[in-house]
Write a protein that binds this ligand. Structure first.
Ligand code: SF4
Length: 309
């Protein structure tokens, strides 16, 4: 298993080198909007999917070859990173080796009720858990969770984590039209988020091809109205990635494109910006990969996304 990918075009963090320690697609949830497709292994049990030393060696090799390639390291996968064991050991080793590069963990937050999962994330610079629903019915509809998960347990876990965690905590709420955007649910989510006391709230919506057909995002006006529920918290409506291209190498471009889109569908422009190469080169390689049926194009929201073939 290859554990380093990207850098990927993160809408929130710029050029983010992905650390993926979970095989696709093991998750505790099966969100209807997931960019990585439906969950194939719905689980709550952490496992040593890959050796810690192997991940560190891959990271070292990347940094040696691309000293300025990544602005941040981000645990992000086609799955839930806190299902990795030993997560705490790996987080600590990365921070020891690269104290100056911010380490971010994107998590669905659904396992933070476990004390050992909370402890594992304490040394990360930024933790961004999700909370999309508060009522059990909406939670089941949008997140399609493991049957033993309940929203109240997740919210309690998030509150407990906030008490011990000294880094930056940003809660992400993703809104799906007609699913979790009613005034009642928005009010309930906002109250729960306020009780967690995060540093920031990031309101997101469906902007890439979702796991389940018919899942639609909200328009700008609806997002602004939704943001008002979270006042006085610091709320950001997530925009699109706009980091400028840097002088990246076109070496192995076909493989790097595949490594990126297998985890998250991207437009050719996003790939060019994150991989630091000219758009024409991405289009050229994407065309060849399409001919070999290793890539395909999916239209969503008026954009063309490259997707594994
Ligand atoms: S969006 Fe995240 S939490 Fe939801 S199914 Fe996909 S990987 Fe799991």
């Amino acid at each position: 298993m290859k554990s380093i990918f990207g850098p990927v075009p993160s809408r929130r963090f710029g050029r983010s080198l992905g650390i993926d320690v979970i095989p696709a697609k093991s998750c505790s949830l099966d969100c209807i909007y997931c960019e990585s497709g439906p969950t194939t292994s719905l689980s709550l049990t952490p496992r040593p999917f890959i050796d810690c030393a192997e991940v560190l060696e891959e990271l070292r090799a990347y940094v040696r070859a691309n000293p300025r390639g990544a602005e941040v390291f981000t645990f992000s996968s086609a799955g839930e990173p806190t299902l990795y064991e030993p997560m705490g050991e790996l987080v600590e080793a990365i921070k020891k080796a690269y104290p100056d590069i911010p380490l971010i963990v994107l998590t669905n937050g659904s396992l933070l009720w476990k004390p050992e999962v909370r402890r594992a994330l304490l040394k990360a610079d930024r933790v961004a858990p999700s909370l999309d629903a508060v009522t059990a019915e909406v939670f089941r509809k949008i997140n399609r969770p493991h049957p033993s998960l309940e929203p109240v347990q997740i919210i309690d876990g998030l509150r407990a984590f906030r008490k011990d965690y000294k880094g930056r905590l940003a809660i992400e709420t993703l809104l799906v039209e007609g699913v979790n955007d009613s005034p009642d649910e928005l009010f309930a989510i906002a109250e729960a988020v306020k009780s967690i006391k995060p540093d920031k709230v990031e309101l997101n919506t469906v902007v890439r091809p979702p796991a389940y057909a018919g899942t639609r995002g909200l328009g700008r006006g609806a997002m602004v109205r939704a943001a008002a529920f979270f006042s006085p918290l610091d709320v950001e409506i997530i925009g699109v990635f706009q980091a400028p291209a840097i002088g990246g190498s076109p070496e192995n471009l076909d493989q790097r494109i595949l490594d990126t889109v297998v985890r998250r569908p991207c437009t050719a422009e996003e790939l060019a910006a994150s991989l630091g190469v000219r758009l024409e080169l991405v289009e050229q390689e994407a065309g060849k990969l399409q001919e070999k049926r290793r890539l395909t194009r999916v239209s969503f929201g008026g954009k063309s996304f490259l997707h594994p073939g």
